[in-house]
Ligand binder design. Structure first.
Ligand code: HEM
Length: 378
């Protein structure tokens, strides 16, 4: 059951292109291509770690002691991770075209599925990508891929030269695949990070324990992915944030590719099925206290980190999140690097108890608008 339902975006042929909403050969080819280039430029590599740490350096500069809204800076930072993997470069936070794109992607996730918003995103996205693409095409060197777009253009040229019939490496597929990576990969990671900071301000005793562990194990040097295994409490906190906040409560609609009988129910081929990830992340038979923010869900009695089968924020199966490794790495590095440097607190006059955990409405679950103070620890 890995097909998507048909989700056509007005004005485009999006039912048949990109990764998120395509099926069959297009999905297979675009997913394979995106995964292998993400591996080359991002996931599981030292290069990606450097990109996240570099971006963290930029983010740290805009965090403030006085109350500030975490939304925009965090969204710019996570968008820049995708930008540097896709385009091979990042954007300044005050670049108006970049800011506009980030806002559109954010709106798109809040109102996911609304045709008007999808059209508006595609319009802004096409403009932004066409502009960036023009620059990349003008400076393309077939010997060096700066990012996913270069790899795509080189492959497109090769398939054109070889007169490959029905090639998937088309301009439309390029724009939709890039749009999919921005839509699926920026707001989700940003929302997770914003929840992390809010929860640390809300539960200072948990923030204390994370900071004690970071100071003891890492000290003042840069945190690296390798440190994760020596930071069991921090790792448990990051996992618990993803469980407790279930950023994507429902997976993207699937469609049964054949008749199936599941738990005694007959489901006909072509039926729309929406896996409810929140139900497993809050399953009372799996978690000791599902409705409480409790990092012990991921710790054994000796304080060692434990994996849990019911931890499925990225879904499962063949349509499992394509960016899972990148998201996990980014979240861990941003969270630990920020907590090394700052103490996150409610604004003056607001107590921890007043910090509201009611989520904002949308396809992804983001915190409601709020302000925090970032007090330097160094
Ligand atoms: C905390 C961050 C993230 C969460 C919680 C998350 C979660 C998910 C979920 C639940 C799905 C739907 C799976 C299904 O339909 O069964 C999904 C799909 C997807 N995600 Fe993520 N995601 C995150 C970050 C990312 C990142 C960073 C990227 C890009 C690099 C990304 C790219 C995608 C793509 C392309 C799909 C569609 C896969 C397909 O249809 O084959 N995601 N994600």
């Amino acid at each position: 059951m890995y097909d998507r339902i048909n989700c056509k975006i007005e004005g485009t042929n999006s039912e048949h292109v990109g990764v998120l909403f395509s099926n069959g050969e297009t999905w297979r080819e675009m997913r394979r291509f995106a995964l292998s280039t993400l591996k080359d430029f991002g996931m599981g590599k030292r290069g990606a770690e450097e990109k996240v740490l570099e971006e963290c350096g930029h983010l740290i500069k805009v965090f403030e002691r006085k109350p500030f809204n975490t939304s925009h800076p965090v969204n710019y930072a996570t968008s820049n991770i995708i930008s540097s993997i896709v385009f091979g470069s990042r954007f300044e936070y005050d670049d108006p075209r970049f800011r506009n794109l980030v806002i559109r992607v954010n709106e798109n996730m809040s109102l996911f599925g609304t045709a008007g918003i999808q059209v508006s995103l595609m319009f802004h996205f096409s403009n932004f990508v066409n502009d960036t693409l023009g620059k990349l095409k003008a400076t393309l060197n077939p010997q060096t891929c700066r990012g996913l777009v270069d790899c795509f253009l080189i492959r497109k040229q090769k398939e054109e030269d070889a007169c490959v019939k029905d090639t998937q490496f088309t301009e439309e597929n390029l724009i939709l695949t890039v749009a999919n990576l921005f839509t699926a990969g920026t707001d989700t990671t940003a929302a997770s990070l914003r929840w992390s900071l809010l929860l640390m301000a809300k539960y200072p005793h948990i923030q204390d324990q994370v900071q004690e562990e970071l100071t003891r194990v890492v000290g003042n040097r840069e945190v690296h992915v390798e440190d994760r295994k020596n930071l069991p409490y921090t790792d448990a906190v990051v996992h618990e944030i993803q469980r407790f906040c279930y950023i994507v409560p429902m997976a993207i609609p699937h469609k049964t590719s054949r008749d199936v009988t599941f738990q005694g129910f007959f489901i006909k081929e072509g039926t729309t099925v929406i896996p409810l990830l929140a139900s497993v992340l809050y399953d009372e038979s799996e978690w000791e206290s599902p409705h409480t923010f409790n990092p012990s869900h991921f710790l054994d009695k000796e304080g060692r980190f434990i994996k849990r089968d019911a931890f499925l924020p990225f879904s499962a199966g063949r349509r499992v999140c394509l960016g899972e490794s990148l998201a996990k790495m980014s979240l861990f590095l941003f969270f630990t690097s920020l907590l090394q440097r700052f103490r996150f607190m409610p604004p003056p006059g607001v107590s921890e108890y007043d910090l509201d955990l009611t989520p904002a409405v949308g396809f992804t679950i983001s915190p409601s608008p709020h302000e925090l103070c970032a007090i330097s620890r160094q």
